[in-house]
Design a protein around this ligand. Structure first.
Ligand SMILES: [Zn+2]
Length: 229
């Protein structure tokens, strides 16, 4: 059984024109995520990250004797930010959203950052979000969505998975100085305090701690702690 993930990266038109300028300086003023793959466009950064994350999970699944997760790419216009749809095995990430994260346009606008927790900017903030969404695909392949696990537990496990992938990139010397801080700050920034909402994803501290748990662990199995109550 092989599932397919279609990565839909928005190529939205008018709104992207302003954002495009930010990307022009991308390759020259700041290193991209994943040393050796210097991205110059949103497409390239997102493609580099998803390819690296997919390579990581392909190895993890192979080591566990599980079928290989397979990724294909499709660029389509969409206004969505970033989410995973289990019904069609698709991660939706818009270039517009990724650009706004990268250049800091959403720095103080996210649930946590708007209340003074963390900040979202830089290539590894984008990488954290993409790796988190890929983590939901891993959960789907592992059958975790059928187990009635609370949303917050699944979200924190996906954050932990993102950290576990980042550790693998770090061990291969493919992170730039500051990347780890960018991910931790972004995890704080997307946390929220709406704890009475069934869709609550975790507080800034919980989300940041989950990412760091994965980053410090010896493999993604440590992330199972988040779905055991
Ligand atoms: Zn999520």
């Amino acid at each position: 059984m092989t599932s397919r993930i279609r990565i839909r990266l928005a190529a939205a038109t008018a709104l992207l024109l302003a954002a495009a300028a930010a990307w022009l300086a991308f390759g020259t003023t700041k290193a991209s995520a994943l040393d050796g793959d210097r991205a110059t466009t949103a497409d390239e950064l997102l493609t580099n990250v998803i390819t690296d994350v997919d390579t990581y999970w392909t190895k993890q699944f192979a080591d566990a004797g599980l079928p290989e997760p397979r990724v294909s790419y499709q660029w389509v216009p969409t206004g969505q930010a970033a989410e995973y749809h289990p019904d069609d095995d698709t991660i939706y990430v818009s270039e517009e959203f990724a650009t706004a994260i990268y250049n800091g346009a959403l720095d103080q606008a996210l649930p946590g950052s708007s209340q003074g927790y963390g900040s979202a900017a830089g290539d590894f903030a984008v990488a954290y979000i993409v790796a988190h969404e890929y983590g939901h695909q891993v959960q789907d392949e592992l059958g975790l969505f059928e187990r009635g696990i609370p949303t917050k537990n699944l979200e924190l496990q996906a954050d932990c998975y993102a950290g576990a992938w980042a550790k693998s990139a770090d061990q291969a010397n493919r992170l730039d100085p500051g990347d780890v801080d960018e991910a931790i700050e972004a995890a704080l920034a997307v946390g929220d305090f709406n704890t009475s909402n069934p869709g609550h994803h975790g507080t800034p501290e919980e989300r940041s701690n989950a990412w760091q748990t994965g980053f410090q662990a010896d493999g993604p199995a440590a992330c199972n702690a988040f779905i055991q109550s």
